[in-house]
Design a protein around this ligand. Structure first.
Ligand code: 13P
Ligand code: SF4
Length: 320
């Protein structure tokens, strides 16, 4: 088969799959939410795309019986906790998160016990069991505002991301006690390669997610959640950007700013030009269609944990 015929066949298969997904959505009364790190073809079929804060918010407003959350497991759990009566599906149930995995609930419970008198603030990238131990959840989009809502002398434990915690400490003048966790994707960006890109593109601005370590944030022109970085790129007069977060965000950035150039920041120890979260890329169009057909794999959370985890998530939504 010629290359041309082969790609025409792939396109026909994709169109058929997209039509099947659209039919199944109506049949099952389902809505598709996608994070900015999802594959482009998944972002293109989503009813709503957003950062982790927006996805949590949107989930609470939807009339549909079924939510297909194209993201990772903790995002599906958050939607399920907020909407327990709905069927919430993450098309590939092995889509985890290295940051959430860096904070096992039993060890976090010990850490809290060893530091009495602290308010516990947890990043949304955590298991439901960790959220159940938490006073208030935050995302990268609201962490600063929520931390600042507590008195300056309030003792705070912040977990699990040491990079986001360090960043919030630096901008708020706090000294929160940090859990020593991190995201393997955001830890991997190469400062040397970013500096080399800056030399090649002197007018480019560097956009960085606060899950990046301090030495990378120091060269950033804008630090923020995926949604904040996207909004900044849209509003900016600058025409070129080096983007230090998972490369899936470039799809939306390029679509919203066709006249601007987005260069993915490269990782260390790799010949790849961009940095992908392998967990986020597990969801595919085929898996979305299969999960709609069978309404599985559905997210299940223990009732007791769900009730305890709901309070700090709702508190976040009220405070942000
Ligand atoms: P956002 O809150 O910016 O969507 O980030 C989520 C995430 O997993 C970052 O790695
Ligand atoms: Fe988790 Fe990092 Fe992937 Fe975000 S990019 S989902 S923090 S592993």
């Amino acid at each position: 088969m010629t290359v041309e015929k082969c790609s025409r066949n792939a396109e026909t298969e994709k169109t058929a799959l997209v039509e099947e997904i659209s039919r199944l959505k109506k049949e099952k009364d389902a809505v598709i939410l996608a994070h900015y790190y999802q594959r482009p073809e998944i972002q293109d079929i989503a009813d709503h795309i957003g950062d982790s804060l927006a996805l949590a918010r949107i989930a609470t407003t939807l009339p549909n019986r079924v939510i297909v959350l194209c993201g990772v497991h903790f995002m599906g759990e958050t939607a399920k906790i907020l909407c327990p009566e709905k069927t919430v599906i993450v098309p590939d149930d092995s889509a985890g998160c290295s940051l959430a995995d860096s904070c096992p609930a039993d060890e976090f419970a010990e850490f809290i016990k060893a530091h009495p008198g602290h308010t516990v603030i947890s990043y949304v990238n955590t298991s439901a069991a960790v959220k159940a131990l938490t006073d208030v959840v935050v995302t990268s989009g609201n962490a600063r505002k929520i931390v600042e809502s507590f008195p300056q002398d309030q003792k705070i434990i912040f977990g699990p991301d040491r990079n986001l915690g360090n960043y919030i400490n630096s901008v708020t003048g706090r000294n929160m006690l940090l859990w020593n966790g991190a995201c393997h994707v955001h830890e991997q960006f190469s400062l040397e390669k970013i500096v080399a890109l800056k030399k090649e593109h002197p007018s480019a601005q560097v956009l960085a997610h606060p899950e990046c370590p301090r030495h990378l944030l120091m060269v950033a022109d804008k630090i923020g959640s995926t949604a904040v970085l996207l909004d900044y790129a849209v509003a900016s007069d600058c025409k070129e950007f080096i983007v230090a977060t998972e490369s899936g965000i470039l799809h939306k950035m390029q679509a919203m700013c066709p006249d601007k150039t987005f260069i993915p920041a490269p990782p260390n120890d790799s010949t790849c030009a961009c940095n992908e979260c392998s967990f986020m890329k597990l969801n595919t169009l085929q898996k979305v269609a299969d999960s709609l057909r069978t309404l599985s794999p559905a997210i299940e959370v223990d009732e007791d944990i769900m009730d305890k985890a709901r309070k700090p998530i709702e508190r976040m939504l009220q405070l942000s």
